[in-house]
Every structure is written in C-alpha cells, then in structure tokens.
Design a protein around this ligand. Structure first.
Ligand SMILES: [Zn+2]
Length: 275
C-alpha cells in the first residue's frame, strides 16, 4: 500500500472515521530531530496513521471480495489461480522511518503472499518460515501443472503446503539501491539509523536472523526469535561471530548466483537480484 493510505477519498473506512486521510507522514514524529527513542514517539499521532493504514487494508480487502464475486459470477473460479502479494512492507515510525525503500528492516520486507486456487491449493492453510517472492514464478508454473523453467532462481513453494519436501527456501536476499531524499523530513531518519539515503543496502533474512549490510555504514544483525522488533543490534556481540561469518558467506554466494539449494545450482552465472 502506498501513501496516502486509506483508499480513495470516496472510501469511508471504518477506523479513521473521518473519510479523509490524515496523511501526515511527512511530519511523523519518528522523523523529528528531537526523537531519540527507538520506540514510537507519539502514540496519539501514530494511532491516527495506523487507522488510516488499516482503512487502506480494508479497502484492498473489499476490492478483492469484489474480484472474487466477479470471477464467480462469470464462472471463472474453477480455472483461475489468484496470487495476492506486495512489492514491499511499510514503516509507520519503526526505526525512525516512515514510508518504504529506505531500509531493509522486516517491517519493510515482510509482505502478504496468498495463493488461492480451490481444488489445487488447500484453503486456509498457513505456512510458516521465510520465503521469497522470487519463488512466485516457479510456483505458478507448478500449480498450473506446466513444466518447470530452469531459469527461475527460486524453487516452487507448493511443497510447503503439500508436505512433500522440506523447505529449501531458507535465506532470502533483499536489496535496496541508494535513494535520494525528496523532502527535508527524510534527512531526519538519515541521522538516526543507516538508511539507503547514504548508500546501497543488502540483507539476508532467515527464520531466526536478519543480517543487514550497508555499503558505507557497516552491518547490523538481529535475532528475530528473541527480538522480533529488531531493536537490539547484535552484530558485534562476541557470541555472534560464528553466525555472522555463515550469514555473510550465504549473502555473498546467493548474490553471486550460487545459492545453496539444488533447484538453481545448475544456473550459477545468473546475476539477477531478488527481493
Ligand atoms: Zn510499491
């Protein structure tokens, strides 16, 4: 979802109650110079923004309902695979950041991914574990019973819900190129955390760990199982040494086209990047 949140002006969302977007992202307290805590700094303000964001989700959900009703009315439901996902998450003040594209914390890279195909994909089944949107092409081919395509960089996901094979998806690479601030407010988060405004960033996400590298400002490591909001950077902790080496190697080898899972090892020359 993109700012302004809340759906079109004609949509009266149930949470913001006004029918008008607050849309004050640019003056979010997370972006003020006096902000020193990693926690959200202005609950009231943030509640309004969250309400507006929730309205946007409701608007999207309503739109999906309309899509499904139309598919049903036209008799297409039996042979239509619907995939719902997003190209990024959103920061609503976490890590002093608003919007998206400035960093690779989980709130910016964790997205919905739904495959809906009655009779072919089990209804209501949730799969845990880190996977990549780069698996969508291979999964679509597999679910629709087409022959696999060798160039796809990530394996199909249908084994995760059919239970026929272990998850070989561990370790997902995300990248963001250097971006340039478009408003003075952007510069505030730049002073508080390493962001893409100062240089390109990459990350490797596993079920437990998130390694984030910055081309100029060093590295961060978060233990998602103990610190789900990624508030405590343990990159330099003494007992992180072994895992840092392992994750750095995995990040580099994946970017260089040598991921460790067998589905793509036959295609080591590819240098394309995945989200
Ligand atoms: Zn987008």
């Amino acid at each position: 979802m993109h700012h302004r949140y809340g759906g079109p002006a004609s949509f009266n969302g149930p949470w913001s109650g006004t029918g008008k977007q607050v849309s004050r992202l640019r003056i979010h307290p997370a972006r003020r110079d006096d902000s020193t805590s990693l926690e959200l700094t202005d609950d009231k303000w943030n509640e309004e923004l969250m309400n507006e964001y929730d309205d946007g989700i409701k608007y999207d959900d309503d739109a999906l309902g309309e899509l499904f009703r139309n598919l049903e009315a036209r008799g297409y439901l039996k042979n239509t695979l619907v995939v719902v996902t997003s190209d990024h998450g959103e920061s609503l003040g976490e890590h002093h950041i608003a919007y998206h594209g400035e960093a690779l914390y989980r709130e910016q890279i964790y997205v919905p991914l739904v495959f809906w195909f009655p009779g072919h994909v089990p209804a209501g089944k949730r799969v845990s574990g880190v996977i990549s949107n780069a698996s969508i092409p291979a999964t679509v081919m597999s679910v629709l019973s087409f022959a696999p395509v060798a160039d796809f960089r990530r394996p199909t996901l249908d084994a995760l819900w059919s239970g026929s094979a272990p998850n070989s998806n561990a370790g997902v690479v995300s990248e963001v190129a250097q971006i340039y601030p478009t408003a003075a407010e952007d510069l505030v988060s730049e002073k508080l955390v390493p962001t893409a405004m100062q240089g390109a960033m990459k990350s490797l996400t596993t079920d437990q760990w998130q390694l984030i590298t910055h081309e100029r400002l060093g590295n961060q490591l978060y233990d998602h199982t103990r610190d789900p909001h990624e508030l405590k950077d343990v990159f330099s902790a003494a007992d992180s040494h072994a895992i840092v080496g392992k994750l750095m190697f995995q990040l580099q080898s994946t970017i260089q086209g040598k991921p460790s899972h067998p589905d793509v090892e036959h295609n080591p020359s590819r240098s394309s990047l995945e989200k």
